[in-house]
Design a protein around this ligand. Structure first.
Ligand SMILES: C[S@@+](CC[C@H](N)C(=O)[O-])C[C@H]1O[C@@H](n2cnc3c(N)ncnc32)[C@H](O)[C@@H]1O
Length: 393
């Protein structure tokens, strides 16, 4: 049985005034009334609102079909092919070994979803939404990986009841089902490699957000906790050549990071330490610790353990930079929230937290002067900074 934390309401005493409650109920009745629907589509002033809502409901209903069309295009290498040059149905049928009639349905669906466009002479080219998929291997890797997630999501009620017959996502992340797995002599190296490759492929978007939002000039030494194969530190090494770099992760992952640093000629500037941040002390010496896409994988009490350990490892005046996707608060577009809530549910550990919840955990661990750093695309990651006070106790 999974043990999941419950998110606490930031304002448990919040109630709506009675008049607002009555208004909401009247509005619900109106929106669910067939007469009102007919009136609103026949009225030229309101029709666009009803049309837009109908499209939105249709998209919700059809979302799985859209995702599978995207997956088919990725698996068949269609984006790469049309990126080289626009292709006819016949040439794509030869390339994919799929009959023209069936493939035409896929390609026309992809055009409808703006993944492809028609380019004249009955050729298909990249569409505005297919272009980023073609350009970024990390998006393709995540689309492939979603095949695993969607197996668990085929029965969302069983997933919610923790009653899936053969859950897939939980096994994909070995440290989730067994935090001690990396210590076992038979640690499944290929499973650590598989998720580390995926993380490395999908990390560039997050790294871009961090490098464009935070100035590293005043730091000397950075420790990346849960740093995976070292993709962030490798980029940081080029971005800020004055920095010394240290990576901490589970021992099988650290091996991969060392190979990566050696391949890039970064061994002299980087140090690695293997261990578990739940049981081992973190190496001291860094004046900045980064924690990127780690907290959301873990329950609150584990996050608190890691944060306290980071606090102990930092010198007075040291900084923690925590970056990951966070739940939207304050009425902003909650884009991405539904995805991450269910991704982490299927994974079986952790949860998407608001910046407020993470700040509270950071405060409990001892950090002060906690601030949010604005990012360009919050869907990729939001950033929190916390400091270890220089004040004497
Ligand atoms: C979701 S991945 C993120 C990796 C990287 N920071 C990124 O953004 O791509 C979480 C990382 O935390 C590491 N991790 C999980 N549990 C750990 C533990 N108990 N001790 C040390 N590292 C751990 C995993 O091996 C993995 O590299």
């Amino acid at each position: 049985m999974k043990s999941l934390d419950i998110a606490k309401s930031p304002d448990p005493g919040w109630t709506r005034p009675a008049w607002r409650e009555a208004l909401d109920r009247w509005w619900d009745r109106l929106l669910t009334s067939e007469r009102f629907y007919r009136w609103s589509v026949s009225n030229p002033l309101t029709r666009w609102i009803t049309q837009r809502r109908s499209r939105q409901v249709f998209d919700l209903m059809a979302g799985f079909v859209y995702s599978q069309i995207l997956l088919a295009c990725v698996r068949l290498g269609i984006f790469q092919r049309v990126q080289e040059q626009p292709q006819t149905l016949r040439s794509l049928a030869q390339h994919t070994d799929i009959g023209e009639a069936a493939l035409q349905r896929l390609l026309d669906s992809a055009v409808a979803l703006r993944l492809l466009t028609l380019r004249g002479d009955q050729r298909y080219g990249l569409g505005p939404l297919g272009a980023p998929v073609a350009a970024f291997p990390g998006i393709q890797a995540m689309i492939e990986h979603h095949a695993t997630l969607y197996q668990d999501m085929q029965d969302p009620v069983a997933l919610l009841r923790d009653a899936l017959v053969s859950p897939q996502m939980n096994g994909y992340w070995p440290y989730v089902s067994n935090p001690d797995v990396a210590r076992q002599p038979q640690a499944p190296q290929e499973r650590f490699q598989r998720y580390s490759n995926l993380m490395s492929a999908s990390q560039p978007f997050v790294v871009d957000e961090i490098l464009s939002a935070y100035a590293f000039d005043d730091h000397q030494r950075v420790l990346d906790v849960g740093g995976g194969q070292g993709t962030f530190l490798s980029r940081l090494a080029h971005h800020a050549p004055h920095l010394q770099l240290h990576l901490f992760d589970l021992p099988p992952v650290v091996q991969l990071a060392e190979q990566n640093f050696a391949r890039q000629g970064l061994s002299a500037r980087t140090q690695t330490s293997g261990g578990s941040f739940l049981t081992d002390a973190l190496p001291p010496g860094a004046d900045l610790v980064t924690l990127i896409r780690v907290a959301h994988d873990h329950p609150d009490h584990h996050v608190l353990t890691v944060l306290k350990s980071i606090y102990r490892a930092l010198p007075a005046g040291g900084t923690l930079l925590l970056a990951e996707p966070m739940a939207q608060e304050g009425g902003r577009q909650p884009q991405g929230d539904a995805y991450f809530h269910f991704y982490l549910l299927a994974m079986g550990s952790g949860r998407l937290r608001t910046p407020h919840e993470l700040s509270t955990l950071m405060q409990q661990a001892g950090f002060c002067m906690i601030e949010t750093v604005p990012t360009q695309i919050p869907l990729h990651a939001q950033i929190l900074l916390g400091r270890k006070s220089k004040c004497l106790p």
